[in-house]
Design a protein around this ligand. Structure first.
Ligand code: PEP
Length: 254
């Protein structure tokens, strides 16, 4: 089956308000229209409303970088999935920086995925091994555990996006080579197939970790890789647009 490619930009904790608006305008200027690629920007939560206004009527979609699973209540500093649902279509869940710095786990990722789906926000679930886990040959085990843990009890559909992001490749300039990324993503797809059956062929699985306009084509040429979750290279409209263009280009296998 053919899966529509996805290029999603994770702006992390970057941009002041004026930067976020300017970047959105520039991305809209370059990426709006029938590109054949699902193009998503995920600004800091405080700018979601501004970016949503800038994207009104555009084909560029909006995502949050995180959301808490409770609908409302005494959770100082958190943003609920119901609040996100008012403005955004997607939410990144379980990013390794959330796991590493904010104590998030497979269990909390699972609660977020379930809450997102209840409120019709499409989850982008992140999984990936650390360098130590890769060194100890635990990659497959980690990917299976994080995928099964994040998706436990979830009714899986084509709404779900998964991002394979090896922790050692994020922001390091040390992108995984295409064979490494393909092997890992095939493990994730096989795991989804074991949990949910044939719908696994409809789930988009992205690679993330030091993706740039120069290496994106390598990933897009792989049978199981459906796009990229992009950090650094999503902060400049030109490089982000180049990634979208490359993801839309006809793929030659290799
Ligand atoms: C990310 O933040 O998810 C990411 C992949 O970052 P970078 O592209 O900068 O490695």
């Amino acid at each position: 089956m053919s899966r529509v490619p996805v290029i999603a930009g994770n702006w992390k904790m970057n941009t002041l308000r004026a930067d976020a608006i300017a970047l959105t305008r520039a991305i809209r200027g370059r990426c709006d229209g029938p590109t054949g690629v699902e193009t998503i920007v995920c600004p800091p939560c405080i700018w979601l409303t501004d970016v949503a206004q800038e994207l009104e009527g555009s084909s560029v979609r909006l995502g949050a970088q995180n959301a808490y699973w409770a609908d409302a209540g005494a959770f100082t500093g958190e943003v609920s999935i119901t609040q996100v649902a008012e403005v955004a279509e997607y939410v990144i869940i379980g990013h390794s920086e959330r796991r590493q710095y904010f104590g998030e786990t497979d269990e909390s990722a699972n609660a977020r995925v379930k809450a997102a789906l209840v409120h019709h926000v499409k989850p982008i679930l992140c999984v990936g091994e650390t360098l130590a886990q890769r060194g100890a040959r635990e990659t497959e085990q980690v990917l299976v555990k994080q995928t099964c843990g994040g998706l436990d009890g979830v009714e899986i559909s084509a709404e779900l996006i998964i991002a394979y992001e090896p922790v050692w490749a994020i922001g390091s300039g040390l992108a995984a080579d295409r064979a490494t990324a393909q092997t890992a993503i095939a493990v994730i797809r096989r795991t989804v197939r074991e949990i949910a059956g044939a719908v696994a062929e409809d789930v988009r699985i992205l690679y993330g970790g030091s993706v740039t306009p120069s290496n994106i084509a390598e990933y897009m040429s792989q049978p199981d890789i459906d796009g990229g979750l992009i950090g650094g290279a999503s902060l400049k409209a030109e490089s982000f647009a180049a990634l979208v263009d490359a993801a839309a280009a006809p793929i030659t296998s290799g």
